[in-house]
Design a protein around this ligand. Structure first.
Ligand SMILES: *Cc1c(COP(=O)(O)O)cnc(C)c1O
Length: 382
């Protein structure tokens, strides 16, 4: 099941480029379908993880919905074949133009993150003569114990609504001709590698539902618990597919869904990370003082996670099979000291022209590429 690189096809391609193992993506999607159909859960794919059209099409064909965070993503989702009703739209700063796009296309749901946003959505829906389906994104104040740049469910984060304003907002939706209240939305962070934060989230939601019922709110059709399920960056071949079954089972066992209530998930990373690798060519091997550098043609502009989140992607020398192991700092060509993919990496001897793979790069890789230093954007092969 782990990725076999078609190196014979890599020869002609210009590097760096993303290689996507579509077979692994299909197997991952099959695993997700297997668990979610057992429990009757729905998954929206969080498009911001990877919006490559080939990947989107495959995910759409597998029957997932789309979780979007911009007008551009809504447009790309529609183009890839997702039905408008299967698209949800989240984000703290939706512009009027983006809201109008969502209203005119008739998307499934706006995940609302502030009182003022709800007012603007209502006003624009009235002007358009349509009804906006809305869910309220609640900040559950749960520490997901992940990198502080990717935690989202704490009170200090900019995301979501404080529970104290939620009952009034629900009442406002009920009274409005232009708003239809759909449910509650949560998302506590990303690359979460233990299930404990999710168990806490279930407890928090159970308590909230009890509380809302005491206040007379009984019309919550859907609960959306966001995404964040982590993957194994250290050993992608050992865990090519995330542990979906225990994750979904935990919600089945711990969340007290009311009669007829739908449970939604928004997974990004866990769907696409392991199927992608950034393929790069070694330009130079440089002997430094007490260091040996493998200088590659990919940089932080192609894969920014190491520079942005201190993340580490497993590095493989695809052409060095059988050579003796040596130690390298693997660095890119960009004029920034943070442009480093790995320190003290043990790799089969690296020579000019070798192809290296930066593994587990299918999520938050290609989609975050930039043209800094006026470099070309990386290509892809599927
Ligand atoms: C980013 C994001 C997700 C997906 O997170 P992953 O860690 O990639 O699963 C889901 N929901 C919302 C609201 C997000 O912003």
């Amino acid at each position: 099941m782990s990725t076999k690189f078609p190196i014979e096809r890599f020869g002609e391609a210009s590097t760096p480029f993303y290689y996507y193992d579509m077979e692994l993506l299909d197997q991952t999607l099959a695993k997700i379908k297997q668990s979610t159909s057992r429990y009757g859960f729905n998954v929206h794919y969080a498009m911001k993880a990877n919006a490559n059209p080939a990947i989107l099409r495959r995910i759409c064909e597998a029957g997932l919905g789309a979780d979007t965070v911009s007008g551009g993503e809504i447009a790309a989702a529609l183009k890839a074949g997702f039905k408008a009703q299967d698209i949800v739209f989240a984000g703290v700063g939706k512009t009027d133009a983006e809201i109008l796009l969502g209203l005119r296309e008739g998307i499934g749901c706006f995940n609302v993150e502030s009182v003022q946003e709800l007012e603007i959505i209502e006003q624009l829906a009235i002007e358009e003569g349509v009804t906006a389906r809305v869910a309220l994104r609640i900040n559950p104040n749960i520490d997901a114990h992940t990198h502080h740049y990717i935690t989202t469910g704490l009170e200090e984060n900019k995301f979501g609504l404080d529970m104290s304003v939620v009952p009034d907002m629900i009442r406002r939706c009920m009274q409005s001709q232009a708003l239809e209240f759909v449910g509650l939305h949560f998302h506590i962070g990303s690359q979460i590698t233990t299930l404990e934060p999710y168990r806490l989230l279930c407890e928090r939601i159970n308590a909230m539902q009890d509380d809302l019922e005491r206040q007379g709110v009984t019309s919550i059709k859907s609960i959306n618990v966001g995404g964040g399920l982590g993957i194994d960056y250290d050993d992608p071949d050992k865990h090519p597919i995330a542990d979906f079954e225990p994750y979904f089972a935990l919600f089945h066992d711990n969340l007290k869904l009311r009669d007829g209530q739908q449970l939604h998930f928004e997974l990004g990373r866990a769907v696409v990370a392991q199927c992608g690798s950034l393929i790069t060519r070694v330009i130079y091997v440089k002997e430094g003082i007490g260091k040996r550098f493998a200088i590659v043609d990919a940089g932080m502009t192609d894969l920014i996670r190491p520079a942005l989140y201190q993340a580490h992607h497993k590095i493989e020398n695809l052409t060095g099979n059988g050579r003796e192991l040596r130690q390298y700092d693997v660095v890119g060509p960009i004029c920034e000291s943070s442009d480093v993919f790995g320190h003290d990496e043990m790799l089969p001897e690296v020579r000019r022209g070798d192809l290296l793979a930066l593994r587990s790069a299918g999520a938050y890789g290609e989609v975050m590429a930039s043209r800094y230093n006026l470099r070309n954007l990386p290509g892809f092969m599927a």
